[in-house]
Design a protein around this ligand. Structure first.
Ligand code: AMP
Ligand code: MG
Length: 391
């Protein structure tokens, strides 16, 4: 049995080497760059007007300017080379012609036939986005380790980039064990319950930006459990097993994992919920055997599994942890750390009623997990606690 801190450390230090892939920018959202990205163009590619108005060859002593033409967005400016006192009609995004040193917006201009005059003085450089002001040819546009957000996708598309090299995200599969499980939608015979862990975990996986490639259930027999786990080892990088990892007579997961040759990294964590958590590896695959109790399974997903997934995908950690003040006092026994379903309310946090590891009812109304360390027994109202922010 390990402490929570040790379990988290063991997860972080027993991950397979990262792998990379070249993918289309259109599928790169939320992935992480695996190398620096060098711009092949200047951004913007030319001096660009940021206003609808007039590009002028400005001089302090000239009050009215002669209009010599027009440049719309996307148009060429090569035919122009403005002399003193000359101006061209120009529109937002258009290339500023040679000889122009400012753009005056049209609202600030009196125009009459082919001349314009200004309603106020215009400083040189006004309303011109300088060539290369965002990035220049050969410069690092984005760094290795940067996450690809929608804004980053727009920025990179603007640089003409269509493919990026990113950390490959691990693919997951889920196996739920239990003779008592019936699919939602079917009749519920006596003694059975609806199977909810596969859909819950696959939703958590999807919500966190990962893919669950296979999800299945298996009866509580040793042979079926062993072959179901073996089948998943070939199709995914990370395998989540739900239930069957405790010490009951029908818990066959531990035995099956051992027989398959899965290396145990830890089994059992001094925590509530989720004490019978198993973490192991098989070649470069990871296996988490999560407790069957739904709220415990989901807590373990967020605290351990997600941390592994995020680091394998190039991020530095799992869920964000924030420090907040407890609204009400809380006490527990020593010996086991706790992850408490909680509601973050601004700068404060409220521990919710109903912390049993089977209670998804409480979890579904929570937006945080308060972490109470192993040896802490009493927390007063107003004490600062660490809170995992749920996505
Ligand atoms: P186990 O870890 O297999 O001993 O299961 C612990 C508790 O979780 C039992 O009450 C199970 O019925 C319940 N449970 C196990 N697997 C699931 C599942 N896939 N969906 C809903 N409840 C489950
Ligand atoms: Mg079971």
């Amino acid at each position: 049995m390990v402490s929570v801190e040790e379990a988290i450390r063991l997860v972080k230090t027993n991950l397979p080497n990262s792998t990379y892939e070249l993918i289309y920018l259109s599928s790169a959202l939320n992935k992480v760059l695996s190398k620096d990205l060098i711009s092949k163009i200047n951004m913007p590619p030319f001096h660009q007007s940021s206003m609808d108005g007039y590009a002028v060859n400005l001089s302090a002593d000239i009050k009215s300017y002669k209009l010599v033409g027009e440049i719309a967005a996307g148009g060429s400016a090569s035919e122009f080379d403005l002399k003193q006192g000359e101006a061209v009609r120009i529109f937002t995004g258009a290339k500023v012609p040679k000889g122009a040193n400012a753009v005056i917006q049209q609202e600030l201009v009196y125009s009459k036939e082919k001349t314009i005059a200004f309603k106020e003085t215009v400083p040189a450089g006004k309303n011109i986005r300088l060539k290369g002001e965002q990035t220049t040819i050969g410069q690092i546009a984005m760094n290795k380790g940067d996450r690809i957000t929608p804004a980053a996708i727009g920025f990179l598309a603007g640089l003409g980039i269509t493919e990026v090299e990113v950390f490959k995200k691990p693919k997951l599969s889920i196996l739920a064990t239990g003779d008592e499980l019936v699919s939602p939608g079917d009749l519920l015979p006596e003694g059975k319950i609806y199977e909810s862990n596969t859909i819950m975990l696959s939703s958590a996986i999807k919500h966190s930006g990962y893919e669950c490639v296979k999800s299945s259930t298996v009866e509580d027999t040793y042979d079926a459990t062993k072959s179901a786990i073996e089948a998943l080892l070939s199709s995914s990088d990370v395998i989540l097993i739900s239930g069957g990892i405790s010490v009951g007579d029908y818990d066959f997961v531990g035995h099956a994992l051992k027989e398959i040759g899965v290396k145990e990294i830890f089994y059992k964590v001094k925590q509530k919920p989720g004490k019978p958590l198993f973490f192991g590896s098989y070649n470069d695959k990871l296996l988490f055997a999560l407790p069957g109790n739904p709220a415990a399974a989901l807590s373990c997903f967020y605290i351990y599994v997600l941390t592994a997934l995020e680091i394998m995908s190039g991020k530095s950690d799992g869920l964000e942890i924030t420090q907040l003040k407890l609204i009400e006092e809380y006490s527990k026994k020593g010996g086991r750390a706790q992850f408490l379903k909680a509601k973050i309310e601004g700068e404060r946090v409220r521990v919710l009623e109903g912390q049993s590891s089977s209670m998804l009812h409480t979890f579904s109304g929570a937006n945080g997990l308060v972490y109470v360390p192993e040896n802490t027994t009493v927390l007063e109202a107003g004490n600062t606690v660490s809170v995992y922010k749920l996505p």
